[in-house]
Write a protein that binds this ligand. Structure first.
Ligand SMILES: [Zn+2]
Length: 425
């Protein structure tokens, strides 16, 4: 295996030093580490962060390989500074059996660019009617720990309770897409002034908040772990704060786009801004940023949702919801100013790794730790060119924007997946 000496690097904002990577681990930290034979990388002015971990990625394989594959999504992730991603279950076929989650897990290993950790479906076919083979997915080679019907809400409260009881036995977690479906029939964007002005059916905040409140109560009652996907409203933050104070084992994520964009973006009817849950108001964005800094929101997750051109470049009402996120997440979060670099390491690496149970990820670079890390130029900027992104899809809401913070290199178990800002393979 190869060796690399990162010369003059600052580990999560500490004083600059040298960091030696050898045999897949951080072999030394400090000047004068024995670096014989190591390839030297000038890391003057660069930060080393623990490799980012995404709790919420749609890789689209199997089923929609025209929109993304495990390999192309993995490459986008590595370029975004990620070393591990959790692949959502709403593929075709749905990842609701040991066979499908093992297939996704093997494709991830074959691509070898990030660790792809499959998420298993909660219900068969995401239909919300009966539980999938949660135990068989947990004991499969994919070692599934997070289960989610994401894209759909597990709206039946009895089924949700049974799912929580089931995964409690092996300390699994149910990740809920909180959307009471009877409140969002035909919904196109956030229910509020903009939707009223545009004459489009609204997606009310209460549809999210009601499910979070219900499931926090259920998780507390059962004593099981609950995770809330893509929290988007100020009211949800208040419910989560209340639940955490009561000792409910609940964690929550927020997306970069909900930390930056508002429903006013819908004014031009450009479907690139159509997403589920929808972009909310300025007051929601402010509350989400504060909650992320405070820790009521535990993690940033991308909800990277690639879509083929025909599903996105059409009339607003017919467009599929979702936007790309992996390659822009770090820069977007940094641009909001909500977190310092230690906060970014905490919310984009350490905590999500802990929630997902991913050993070897989310650890600050230190001697003996697996070398899963990303090198960032905090002073660097870059312009988002959709055609230059590694994803097979082009639905980024940030096209043409100049963003701060540039990923220079990413290492997965000591081997570079990205060098000089470019994918190594
Ligand atoms: Zn979702």
């Amino acid at each position: 295996m190869s060796a690399y000496l990162l010369r003059g690097v600052s580990v999560v904002g500490a004083e600059p030093t040298d960091l030696l990577i050898r045999d897949g681990v951080v072999a030394g930290l400090g000047r004068d580490t024995g670096a014989a034979g190591a390839e030297v990388i000038d890391a003057d002015g660069l930060l080393a962060l623990p490799g980012l971990v995404d709790l919420h990625t749609h890789l689209r394989e199997p089923g929609r390989e025209d929109a993304e594959t495990v390999e192309t999504g993995s490459r986008a992730a590595a370029l975004g500074g990620y070393t591990a991603v959790c692949a959502m279950a709403n593929t075709d076929p749905v990842a609701d059996t040991a066979g499908v989650v093992e297939q996704v897990w093997r494709l991830g290993r074959a691509a070898g660019l990030v660790d792809v950790q499959p998420v298993g479906a909660v219900t068969v076919g995401l239909a919300g009617e009966r539980l999938a083979e949660l135990g068989a997915m947990a004991t499969s080679a994919a070692n599934v720990r997070i289960f989610s019907d994401d894209g759909h809400c597990v709206s039946d409260p009895r089924l949700m309770r049974r799912a929580l009881e089931y995964v409690k036995a092996f300390d699994g977690v149910i990740a809920q897409h909180a959307e009471e479906p009877r409140h969002t029939v035909g919904a196109q964007l956030h229910e509020g002034d903009v939707a009223a002005r545009l004459g489009l059916p609204g997606w009310p905040a209460v549809a999210e908040e009601a499910i979070i409140a219900r499931d926090a109560l259920l998780a507390g009652h059962v004593g099981a772990r609950l995770h809330i996907c893509h929290v988007s409203t100020a009211g949800s933050v208040e419910i989560l704060r209340w639940a955490k104070r009561r000792g409910v084992r609940v964690t929550a994520e927020v997306t970069p786009h909900h930390l930056l964009l508002t429903d006013e973006r819908a004014e031009g009817y450009d479907p690139v801004f159509k997403v589920n849950p929808p972009l909310r108001t300025r007051a929601d964005v402010t509350a989400l940023r504060a909650a992320l800094a405070e820790g009521v929101l535990d993690a940033v997750a991308t909800d990277h949702a690639p879509h083929a051109v025909e599903d996105k470049e059409c009339e607003w009402a017919y467009a599929r919801p979702g936007m790309l996120g992996l390659q822009t997440a770090l820069s977007i979060v940094y641009s909001t100013g909500a977190l310092d670099w230690d906060g970014i390491a905490e919310r984009m690496s350490r905590t999500p790794a802990r929630i997902a149970g991913l050993a070897g990820h989310g650890q600050d670079p230190a001697p003996g730790v697996p070398a899963n890390l990303t090198l960032v130029d905090p002073a660097g900027t870059w312009v988002v060119e959709p055609g230059n992104l590694a994803s097979l899809s082009r639905n980024t809401p940030y096209a043409g924007m100049e963003l701060p913070g540039r990923v220079v290199a990413t290492f997965l178990r000591g081997e570079p997946t990205v060098l000089d800002g470019k994918a190594v393979r």
